[in-house]
Write a protein that binds this ligand. Structure first.
Ligand code: SF4
Length: 158
């Protein structure tokens, strides 16, 4: 746990409230509520506001997305920007997603916890969205999305 905190502190620098523009009120409220308190990585699985806070910081600092990976037209700019940043093609950029990221935790106990936290339809939602837990930024992420901190070698299955 301590190592995870160190990794996260090194990677993330800002607070969500540091960023201008539209944001999720519940996530901003959660950030205020936490203050200097320490939270455990997997707390976000059961706490939707904490999950959204961590996810939104990752959107702002590490360009997590796209919003809807099935929407080719709507997500075209997102993939073009990724390809430009990595000096590669859009097709190649699309090969590096949460689903095959080394920080994407899909261990059976984690998936079970995610399903339980979602509730009645947890099983279906987790499967359809190919959910896993991001061990870098501590939130439930969807397999078809990605971020600038993507690393090879995933997912973590056992
Ligand atoms: S699982 Fe990997 S690609 Fe997905 S948000 Fe986390 S670090 Fe980024």
């Amino acid at each position: 746990m301590k190592l995870k905190q160190v990794i996260r502190d090194i990677i993330l620098e800002g607070n969500l409230s540091d960023f201008d523009g539209p944001n999720t009120p519940a996530a901003l409220k959660k950030e205020k509520e936490i203050g200097n308190k320490t939270v455990k990585p997997h707390d976000a699985i059961e706490d939707l506001d904490l999950n959204t806070l961590n996810r939104n910081v990752t959107i702002k600092e590490y360009r997590y997305g796209p919003l809807n990976p099935s929407d080719e037209k709507g997500s075209a700019q997102f993939w073009e920007d990724k390809a430009k940043m990595w000096d590669t093609t859009v097709e190649a950029a699309k090969q590096s997603r949460c689903a095959n990221c080394g920080a994407f935790n899909q261990k059976p106990d984690v998936i079970k916890k995610i399903e339980k936290a979602i509730g009645e339809e947890g099983d279906t939602i987790a499967k359809e969205a190919n959910l896993g837990f991001c061990e870098f930024f501590w939130f439930k992420c969807a397999g078809a999305r990605t971020c600038d901190a993507w690393v090879s070698g995933g997912p973590i299955k056992k």
